[in-house]
Design a protein around this ligand. Structure first.
Ligand code: SF4
Ligand code: SF4
Length: 67
């Protein structure tokens, strides 16, 4: 199973990544990022398939996908 890592310092909470994830892995976080934006987090109960859609969509290069 892949794991997605979000750079919380750079995320601006546009949620473009959540809109393209086919597995619903990325969800709004209950916490704000250091810049005061809402940010995303990984729903640990959902399975990331490593498709890369979120990585390609993020305009700020916040996302890293690992195996
Ligand atoms: S790599 Fe694919 S499945 Fe995994 S979080 Fe990103 S969009 Fe969702
Ligand atoms: S697309 Fe990038 S900047 Fe926008 S919410 Fe997702 S990780 Fe944050």
């Amino acid at each position: 199973m892949s794991k997605v890592i979000v750079d919380f310092k750079r995320c601006k909470g546009c949620f473009l990544c959540t809109s393209v994830c086919p597995k619903g892995v990325l969800i709004p976080s209950t916490q704000l990022g250091p810049k005061g934006f809402e940010i995303v987090q990984q729903d640990e109960e959902k399975e990331c398939i490593g498709c890369g859609a979120c990585y390609k969509m993020c305009p700020d290069y916040c996302i890293e996908i690992t195996d």
